[in-house]
Write a protein that binds this ligand. Structure first.
Ligand SMILES: Nc1nc2c(ncn2[C@@H]2O[C@H](COP(=O)(O)OP(=O)(O)OP(=O)(O)O)[C@@H](O)[C@H]2O)c(=O)[nH]1
Length: 301
């Protein structure tokens, strides 16, 4: 039997950071992890954060819950037949409902081969404190991801005061009384915190929260036709509405040869130089992102 962990959490909360950290620790212990990664938007981008020797299956265009469990089952089947591994880590998109994704793993077909260990939800602590700013539907998804977790990371505590960290922890615990809460920065979770998990449903009601149903969450791919000034771009980012939750990709900046790796999650911008010339594209994820005017818009955007 191979242990399966489902990494859940809202857009930009730190799931990929957790994934990388867990893989590193598993390898140190001599375990061979495999990964199923699932991206909302079109850039197979986060998979670059996983080492080449780790088997990885990507599910692009949508999320595990709404592309159907058949596709997920096919990925699981391919991994089980084609790869040697001990542990499976599944990173769901920030727009997936964790229990729906878990259902796909719990197919009777895999009953003797996969052991569902649990849902680990990464919560952006700062976003938790300001969750009232989200649209009601998106907030519901954010809360559902926390409610159904078997283990919760109150992540990004480096951005909060001590009092705020205490408030977040207490409030989250009040919301999900079953799951231990670990306070983390950069999702640095010790591996031994997850090995004792046992997946259960806790008999709670599951609210449907898939894209295209109640949720208006959507993603948009923008291609830059020419380089932009960094300051102008950052100003554009600052002026975006609160309902843009996540952006990532490669931005061509004036004065630099290669587009920069750009990450945006909940008001925080991160730039990293890139040594190869990547496609100058970003994915924008949020509520009704089609209405946003994107800087340096191209006619076919
Ligand atoms: N300050 C701070 N930044 C963090 C922390 N954890 C992650 N980040 C940053 O937040 C951004 C998103 O982190 P990811 O790990 O990619 O988040 P994710 O949940 O995988 O994002 P999606 O899959 O796109 O939804 C990146 O720029 C990270 O460097 C943290 O604890 N503190």
């Amino acid at each position: 039997m191979k242990d399966v962990y489902l990494l859940s959490g809202f857009l930009g909360s730190g799931k990929t950071s957790l994934l990388s950290h867990l893989i590193e620790q598993m390898k140190e212990k001599g375990l061979k992890p495999a990964v199923i990664m699932n991206e909302l938007g079109k850039l197979p981008f986060d998979s670059r954060s996983v080492d080449e020797d780790v088997p990885i299956k990507e599910m692009l265009e949508g999320c595990i819950c709404c592309t159907g469990s058949e596709k997920m089952e096919a990925q699981l089947q391919m991994l089980l037949e084609g790869e040697v591994f001990d542990v499976l880590l599944i990173e769901t998109t920030g727009a997936a409902h964790p229990v729906e994704a878990m259902d796909a793993v719990l197919s009777p077909y895999f009953a003797n081969r996969l052991n569902m260990k649990g849902i680990i939800t990464v919560a952006d602590s700062k976003r938790w404190l300001e969750r009232d700013k989200m649209t009601p539907q998106t907030r519901m998804l954010f809360m559902e991801q926390i409610k159904h977790a078997h283990l919760i990371l109150a992540n990004k505590i480096d951005l909060l005061s001590e009092d705020e960290v205490a408030t977040v922890t207490m409030q989250i615990q009040g919301f999900n009384r079953h799951a231990p809460i670990i306070q983390t920065s950069n999702a640095k979770l010790p591996l031994n915190m997850i090995t004792g998990l046992e997946a259960t449903y806790h008999g709670q009601e599951v609210k449907q929260a898939a894209i295209g149903k109640q949720l208006t969450l959507s993603s948009r791919l923008h291609t830059f036709s020419e380089p932009v000034e960094k300051e102008v771009f950052e100003q554009w980012v600052k002026e975006l509405p609160d309902t843009v939750y996540r952006m990532k990709g490669y931005v061509p900046l004036v004065g630099y040869k290669n587009p920069f790796l750009f990450q945006y999650a909940y008001g925080m911008v991160q730039w990293l130089p890139e040594y190869i010339k990547m496609e100058p594209q970003i994915v924008i994820i949020g509520d009704q992102v089609e209405a946003i005017t994107v800087i340096g818009n191209t006619p076919n955007d």
